[in-house]
Design a protein around this ligand. Structure first.
Ligand SMILES: NC(=O)c1ccc[n+]([C@@H]2O[C@H](COP(=O)([O-])OP(=O)(O)OC[C@H]3O[C@@H](n4cnc5c(N)ncnc54)[C@H](O)[C@@H]3O)[C@@H](O)[C@H]2O)c1
Length: 368
């Protein structure tokens, strides 16, 4: 059951506080948890420690004295090695089963921090305070936690729900432009898979225009709230991703492979949202071939995304490598590549098997 009161959204089991007032709710919520003496630990990366922690601690007296655990940040930090180091830090500082971890950062911090919380003493509580657009509209919500294995994305993880999520859009004021752009990819995904109305509103506003709007602009709030509502609704209906939740994977089958490939091969690896943006163009072509999306709509998706995201060149050797990397996709089964596609905006179709020549055609469509 989702209740909306002014700009704060709450969901019954995991409350999601959203809006410029969200940080004011932190202390009240922590008091309601009746935490023991074992303490509160904040996980931050070097950027969120500098840009976000002072504001958080200004609003929360309870977090002002909390111990801060640091990571460097970036995809390489989302590893078992970093998790082990953090488990050790918690141990030596005396954290127990009643301790709370506060994840302050983007999707890397919430995925890794959730993973650490899930494993420590067989599971401690945590809350997410997302500070990137991508984490605010997607990664910090829904209880999926993970680390990468080498450069392979999200290969080990747990479902372990946050006790609460606090979304303060003001954090985005210090986010670099490429990171903000990356976040818009997940908003586009939510619109295409869950809300045709949101997609049609997006079409009127190119990504480059959205990037420069103030965080409290009604359109920015409308897009963020729409994506958050969609994510919450899907995660509540299918928490363990048996069926419906696979819709959130639109663009991720080729997207994750491309992200991994670029982490392995590029001096400036693609950001998660940049890779998903490319993956959505490929998935639009497959949707037109396999699940009834009109050619006009596939072209419209390609042109909207191409105007907002730089094209990443995929040559023949990269293409073969991507198809090979797709075997690590969680939806892949018995050597078959399964995709989430579209019948139309707002009408996703899950578990569509696509053959290698079809995937190759999708990459050609992206390259054209
Ligand atoms: N669990 C899920 O459901 C889910 C969903 C989508 C994505 N993800 C994961 O999320 C990760 C990507 O997350 P991301 O895009 O947030 O990346 P990120 O966490 O790496 O953050 C991006 C960069 O922005 C910096 N940063 C964060 N907040 C800032 C702020 N307010 N001001 C200045 N700098 C700031 C960070 O230090 C980092 O350098 C990927 O690993 C992806 O797999 C998880």
């Amino acid at each position: 059951m989702i209740k909306v009161s002014s700009r704060i959204i709450t969901v019954d089991r995991t409350p999601v506080f959203m809006g410029q007032d969200a940080l004011l709710a932190v202390d009240k919520f922590l008091q309601s948890m009746h935490l023991g003496k074992e303490g509160i630990y904040i996980l931050a990366d070097k950027n969120t420690r500098q840009h976000c922690l002072p504001l958080l601690q200004k609003h929360s007296g309870l977090l002002a004295g909390a111990r801060v655990l640091d990571i460097d940040g970036g995809e390489d930090s989302k590893s078992l090695l970093t998790a082990e180091r953090l488990w050790n830090d918690l141990l030596v500082s005396g954290a127990g089963r009643e301790s709370l971890l506060v994840n302050l950062g983007g999707g890397v911090v919430s995925d890794l921090g959730g993973f650490v919380a899930a494993g420590y003493k067989r599971g401690i509580s945590y809350i997410n305070i997302p500070t990137t657009l991508l984490a605010q509209c997607d990664a910090a919500i829904g209880g999926k936690t993970s680390v990468n294995m080498g450069k392979l994305k999200n290969q080990v993880g747990f479902f372990h729900a946050a006790r609460a999520v606090f979304i303060h859009p003001g954090f985005l004021n210090t986010l670099p432009e490429d990171q903000l752009r990356s976040g818009f990819a997940e908003i586009i995904k939510s619109a295409l898979t869950g809300d045709a109305g949101l997609w049609h509103r997006l079409l009127k506003h190119p990504v480059n225009e959205l990037l420069v709007l103030p965080v409290d602009h009604p359109l920015r709030q409308d897009l963020l709230t729409g994506a958050i509502r969609f994510k919450i609704g899907v995660a509540m209906k299918d928490y363990r991703e048996k069926n419906l939740r696979k819709v959130l994977n639109f663009g991720h089958t080729i997207g994750h492979a491309l992200e991994t490939w670029s982490l392995m091969n590029s001096g400036r690896p693609l950001l998660h949202g940049e890779a998903v943006a490319a993956g959505m163009i490929c998935a639009a072509w497959l949707s037109q071939q396999k699940s009834g999306l009109s050619i006009a709509c596939a072209e419209e998706i390609k042109s909207y995304i191409s105007a907002g995201f730089t094209r990443y060149p995929i040559d023949q050797s990269c293409k073969s490598a991507l198809i090979d990397l797709m075997k690590y996709d969680k939806k892949s089964c018995n050597g078959l590549h399964r995709f989430t596609l579209l019948a139309g905006p707002g009408f996703p179709v899950i578990n569509v098997v696509c053959l290698e020549p079809e995937i190759s055609g999708a990459i050609d469509f992206y390259n054209r």
